[in-house]
Design a protein around this ligand. Structure first.
Ligand code: IVH
Length: 704
C-alpha cells in the first residue's frame, strides 16, 4: 500500500506524474492562501481581497481536488461545505471532562465580591495580601464545543453532552468559517480548544426572515427559531451538514481540554490570559471584551461595564465569567462536583422570559392608528415587570400568529420596548383563535380602515373618537410642545370622559371648581394645574406647531417651518410648493400641512387658541438666503484660531449644514485648525475640500 503522501500509483508516465506533482503543490498553496483569507475575513473582520477573488481561488482548489480525489484532505477549506447526511451522531468521550461553572445569582456587585472573598480564603490569603488577578469574559449564550486538533489538523468537534461524553458534530463544525481547520506549525501536536458556538443577533434575524418567507411560500417542515441560541443548537445538531453550512454560526474560544504536556514538548501557558492570546495567534476567535481585572472592585466594574454594553454587543450573553488568571493557582483550587473553584458565572437579569397572553387589546393612537397590544401575565424580564407588548399591526400579529391563551417568549433588551419574539406552539390551548383586526374602532365604533399599501388600520372617527382626542391633548401638552406641567394621561382621561374637554381650546376654559371636582384632585393641585395651563400660553411658534400633531410634522420640522416662515399666518397661507422650500419638508409633509390647514374646523381651533391667549413672538420670514450651507456636511478637526469647536458647530448648523464626527465620501468640507491629525489625512485621501476658519466665514457670508 502506498502512503498518503506518495504520488498516485499505477501506470502513469513521468510527464503525468510531474503534472500531478505540480497540481498538488498548487493545491496545497491554495489551501493555505484560502485559510489565510478566511481568517482575515471571518475572525479579524479585515479582508485582504474582494469576495470574488476568494471565490475564484476556492473554485480553482475545488477543481484541482476533483482531479485528485485521493488527496481530498480533511483540513481543506473545500470540506467546510458539508457532505452526506448522517443517520445519527457518534458518541465522543471527553478525556478532560467539560466542566460547568458555578453561577452567582446575585446580579448586583455583591456577586463579584463574594467570589473574590471565597477565592482569597481558599488560597489562604490574608486581608492585607495583594489583590488577586482574574480574567473577566462575557458569558456567551450559545453552546459549548470542544475542538480537537491532532498534528494541527481539526479531527473532531464534540458537544458538551453530559460533560463526560458528547456528540461528534465534526462535519457541521467544519462548516464554520471562523474555526481554523489547520493550525500553524508552532501549535502543539495535540490541542483541544473549548469555546462557544453562537449566532449573532443580526444573522439570526435574517435567518428567521428567510424562514418566515419559506413558510409563507408554503414550504413544509420549516420553522422559525425562538432565539439565536436555539437556532445555533439546531444547526449544530443538524444531521445534514449542507443545512448546517447555510446557518451563520460563529465561535469564541475560552478554554482548553486535552493538550500535549509541557514535559512532552507542549506549551506552558502560565496564565489563562496568556493562553487566550496564544489561541488568538493560532487563528481562533477570542472575544475583544475579554479583560484582565485585579481585585473584586475591578470585577464588579467589569460586570457593570459589560452590562451597559450588553444590548449593543451584537450577540446574546447571559452574564460574565470570572476566572483566576494564574493556571497554577487554578490547579491548586481544583474543582468540586464538575464545577471549578477558580471560576464563577456572574449573571445579568434575563432578557427573555416565557409568559402567557391574557388578551389582545386594540389601542387607538393620536392619528387613529390601531395597534394590537398583547396583554401579558406580568413577567420580570430585562430588569422590569412587563405586562404589555406591542404587536405593531395586523400583519405582524398574524406573522407571529399570537393568539389569546398562548405561551409566548417575551424579550426586553436594553431600553428597547418589550416584544413578543415567538409563540411556543406546542403549548397552545385547543380552540385558540387567530387574531383579526376588528372592523370598527374599539373606542368610538367608527369603521377601521386600511389604506392601499399601508400596514396600519386607522380609526376613521377623527376627533370624534375620544381616544384620538385624549392622545391629541396629551401630545399638545407634552414637554416638547406647549408643556402643561402635570397634565398626564390619567387626568386627560377624566377630563375627556367627563366631557369637560372636547377640544384643545377647552383646556384653556377650565375653571377651578371644575378641576377640583375631579377624582384625586384637591384645591391645591387644581390650582397648580391652572397655573401650568396659564404658563403654557406663552410659547414659541415651533412648539405650538409641533403640538398641533399634524401628521409627519415632528419637532425638527416644526422648528424649520417656524424659522423659515416666521409667523403662523405665513405658514397657513403657504402653497405646497412654498412649503417644500423648507429643508425637511418634502411633498408628503407639504401635502399633510395643506390638508390640515384647509380644514375649516382646524382653522377654527387655531383661532380659538389664539383667542384664549396663546401667544409667541413672530419674526420676518428667514427664507432660504440665511441658510447658505443647507444640505452640506462638515467635519471639524484641530484647534481653530479664534473659535471653539462648539462655536464653529453652531455657526455651521445655523447656516443650515450638518456637523458629523468622521470623514467619509459624503463629507463636503473638513474644517481644519492647527494640529489636525488622521481626519485631515483621510479628507485628503478622499479628496474632500479642506478649509480653515477664514474660508468658513467666507462661505457663510459669501452665500455660496
Ligand atoms: S468556561 C471551567 N467561559 O457556560 C469552566 N464558559 O456552565 C468551563 N460559557 O456551557 C467553561 N461563556 O458553554 C466558560 N467565557 C466563558 C463562557 C462559558 C459561556 C458557557 C459554557 C458552558 C457554561 C458553563
Amino acid at each position: 500500500m502506498i502512503g498518503d503522501d506518495a504520488l498516485a500509483p499505477g501506470v502513469a508516465g513521468d510527464a503525468d506524474l510531474q503534472a500531478l506533482a505540480q497540481q498538488r503543490v498548487r493545491a496545497q498553496w491554495l489551501r493555505q492562501e484560502l485559510q489565510r483569507h478566511a481568517h482575515q475575513y471571518y475572525v479579524l473582520d479585515d479582508p485582504l481581497v474582494p469576495d470574488a477573488e476568494y471565490d475564484r481561488l476556492f473554485q480553482e482548489l475545488q477543481a484541482l481536488e476533483a482531479l485528485d480525489p485521493q488527496r481530498a484532505l480533511a483540513d481543506s477549506p473545500t470540506q467546510r461545505v458539508g457532505g452526506k447526511a448522517l443517520a445519527q451522531f457518534a458518541s465522543v468521550r471527553h478525556v478532560v471532562p467539560m466542566l460547568s461553572i458555578r453561577t452567582e445569582t446575585d446580579t448586583t456587585a455583591a456577586g463579584a465580591l463574594a467570589f473574590d472573598l471565597r477565592v482569597r480564603r481558599e488560597l489562604g490569603l490574608a486581608a492585607d495580601d495583594p489583590a488577586v488577578e482574574y480574567v473577566a469574559e462575557p458569558k456567551f449564550d450559545g453552546l459549548a464545543m470542544s475542538l480537537r486538533y491532532q498534528d494541527r489538523v481539526l479531527v473532531q468537534a464534540a458537544t458538551r453532552g453530559d460533560g463526560e461524553s458528547g456528540e461528534d458534530v465534526t462535519r457541521n463544525i467544519r462548516t464554520i468559517e471562523q474555526i481554523p481547520l489547520r493550525l500553524p506549525c508552532d501549535a502543539p501536536a495535540l490541542l483541544e480548544v473549548r469555546g462557544e458556538v453562537y449566532m449573532r443577533r443580526d444573522d439570526f434575524d435574517a435567518l428567521n426572515r428567510g424562514q418566515s418567507a419559506k413558510i409563507a411560500a408554503g414550504a413544509k417542515g420549516e420553522k422559525t427559531f425562538v432565539n439565536p441560541r436555539n437556532a445555533a443548537a439546531g444547526a449544530v445538531r443538524q444531521l445534514d451538514p449542507a443545512i448546517a453550512a447555510q446557518r451563520p454560526l460563529r465561535f469564541f474560544a475560552y478554554g482548553l481540554g486535552e493538550v500535549t504536556a509541557p514535559e512532552a514538548g507542549g506549551p506552558d501557558f502560565g496564565t489563562h490570559y496568556g493562553m487566550l492570546q496564544r489561541l488568538a495567534g493560532w487563528g481562533f476567535p477570542v472575544c475583544d471584551w475579554v479583560a484582565l481585572a485585579t481585585g473584586a472592585d475591578a470585577l464588579a466594574a467589569y460586570h457593570a461595564r459589560i452590562g451597559a454594553t450588553r444590548a449593543t454587543l451584537g450577540y446574546d450573553i447571559d452574564g460574565v465569567v470570572y476566572k483566576l488568571n494564574r493556571l497554577d493557582l487554578q490547579q491548586r483550587l481544583g474543582f468540586v462536583t464538575r464545577e471549578p473553584r477558580w471560576a464563577v458565572a456572574h449573571k445579568y437579569p434575563a432578557q427573555e422570559q416565557v409568559t402567557t397572553v391574557q388578551a389582545i387589546d386594540v389601542q387607538v393612537g393620536r392619528t387613529g392608528k390601531l395597534t394590537p397590544v398583547a396583554k401579558l401575565a406580568p413577567v420580570f424580564v430585562g430588569g422590569v415587570t412587563v405586562t404589555n407588548a406591542t404587536l405593531h399591526n395586523e400583519a405582524e400579529a398574524r406573522r407571529k400568529d399570537v393568539r389569546v391563551g398562548d405561551s409566548v417568549v417575551v424579550r426586553r433588551a436594553g431600553d428597547v420596548i418589550p416584544e413578543v419574539v415567538a409563540v411556543l406552539p406546542e403549548r397552545r390551548v385547543a380552540g385558540a383563535q387567530p387574531f383579526a383586526m376588528p372592523a370598527c374602532c374599539p373606542v368610538c365604533g367608527a369603521s377601521a380602515v386600511r389604506e392601499e399599501g399601508e400596514a396600519d388600520h386607522r380609526c376613521s372617527g377623527g376627533l370624534f373618537c375620544s381616544a384620538q382626542r385624549k392622545q391629541a391633548i396629551l401630545h399638545f401638552a407634552q414637554r416638547r410642545a406647549v408643556e402643561v406641567d402635570g397634565l398626564g394621561d390619567k387626568l386627560v382621561e377624566q377630563l375627556v370622559d367627563s366631557g369637560a374637554v372636547r377640544t384643545l381650546p377647552d383646556l384653556y376654559r377650565l375653571g377651578l371648581a371644575e378641576l377640583a371636582g375631579l377624582d384625586r384632585m384637591a384645591d391645591k393641585s387644581a390650582g397648580k394645574l391652572l397655573d401650568a395651563i396659564e404658563k403654557s400660553k406663552s410659547t414659541t411658534l415651533a412648539r405650538f406647531l409641533f403640538g398641533l400633531g399634524i401628521r409627519h410634522v415632528g419637532d425638527a420640522t416644526a422648528k424649520e417651518l417656524a424659522r423659515h416662515f416666521g409667523s403662523l399666518d405665513a405658514i397657513i397661507q403657504a402653497s405646497e410648493q412654498q412649503l417644500e422650500e423648507v429643508s425637511e419638508v418634502g411633498p408628503v409633509v407639504a401635502r399633510s400641512l395643506r390638508t390640515f390647514f384647509d380644514q375649516p374646523h382646524n382653522r377654527e381651533v387655531l383661532a380659538q387658541l389664539r383667542a384664549c391667549g396663546l401667544h409667541w413672538s413672530e419674526n420676518a420670514p428667514a427664507g432660504a438666503a440665511s441658510r447658505p450651507l443647507a444640505g452640506k456636511t462638515f467635519v471639524i478637526t484641530g484647534t481653530l484660531p479664534t473659535m471653539g469647536r462648539e462655536q464653529a458647530r453652531e455657526l455651521i448648523e445655523a447656516a443650515g449644514a450638518k456637523v458629523v464626527g468622521s470623514v467619509s465620501k459624503k463629507t463636503d468640507y473638513l474644517l481644519a485648525g492647527a494640529d489636525a491629525g488622521g481626519k485631515l489625512d483621510k479628507a485628503r485621501a478622499l479628496a474632500v475640500a479642506v478649509i480653515d476658519e477664514d474660508a468658513l466665514k467666507e462661505l457663510i457670508d459669501g452665500g455660496t
